[in-house]
Design a protein around this ligand. Structure first.
Ligand SMILES: Cc1cc2nc3c(=O)[nH]c(=O)nc-3n(C[C@H](O)[C@H](O)[C@H](O)COP(=O)(O)O)c2cc1C
Length: 192
């Protein structure tokens, strides 16, 4: 499978970077082709502005958006790796979705409302958090993290199977616990 990995973390020494390397290597070991789009390194322009809106109406996306859409179409699988910042993705990734998942590319409206146009078989979302899992589950907060991305964006745009994995308390746990998290990433890659 061709897999596009969309990565959003500004620090090249972060745990997210370790997740990226682990996932990429594990996918390649299994024979998948991967492309990584590191949004901070690309300095991706993340703010959807009035020019983008006008272009969307005309069906003429900006050059950087068109290139991203080509990469999305190249892939049959999508992976997103990012830390949770204020219960959601970093703004640069939210902006990537705003600008790249345009109407007539990722979705359209039909007689029954919105319908997805993406035909990807799978998507995998890997999140890191500072918070602890017990608190997130006690308050049902974990759903707030997963569902906007899994259902509101990817499933709504047509991706068939979406897998979500959160890694909690990564800032406070031991190296052994972090190694176990990377092992979980390998297991998820094997199921991709
Ligand atoms: C701007 C900002 C907002 C954050 N918001 C949350 C949050 O809503 N929930 C949470 O559990 N952790 C939050 N964190 C903590 C990060 O999720 C955590 O530092 C990150 O996942 C650790 O991964 P890293 O070592 O790869 O950076 C936030 C961190 C920053 C910088």
């Amino acid at each position: 499978m061709n897999v596009l990995i969309v990565y959003a973390h500004p620090n090249p020494r972060s745990f997210n970077q370790a997740i990226l390397h682990t996932l990429d290597a594990a996918l390649r070991d299994r024979g998948h082709l991967t492309q990584t789009h590191d949004l901070y390194r690309m300095r991706f322009r993340a703010v959807l502005d009035s020019d983008d809106l006008n272009r969307n109406w005309r069906g003429e996306p900006a050059e950087d958006v068109r290139r991203e859409q080509e990469s999305v179409l190249w892939a049959q699988g999508l992976a997103f790796i990012y830390p949770i910042w204020w219960f959601g993705p970093p703004a640069i990734l939210k902006g990537w979705i705003d600008r790249v998942f345009t109407r007539k590319f990722a979705f359209d409206f039909g007689a029954e409302g919105m319908k997805g146009l993406l035909t990807h078989e799978r998507a995998l979302i890997l999140n890191t958090l500072g918070g602890d899992e017990a608190s997130y589950h006690r308050q049902d907060w974990h759903e707030l993290l997963a569902r906007p991305m899994t259902e509101g964006i990817l499933r709504a745009c047509g991706v068939h199977q979406v897998t979500y994995q959160a890694f909690y308390e990564v800032t406070g746990v031991t190296q052994t616990a972090r190694r176990a998290m990377l092992e979980e990433v390998r297991v998820l890659a094997a199921a991709f």
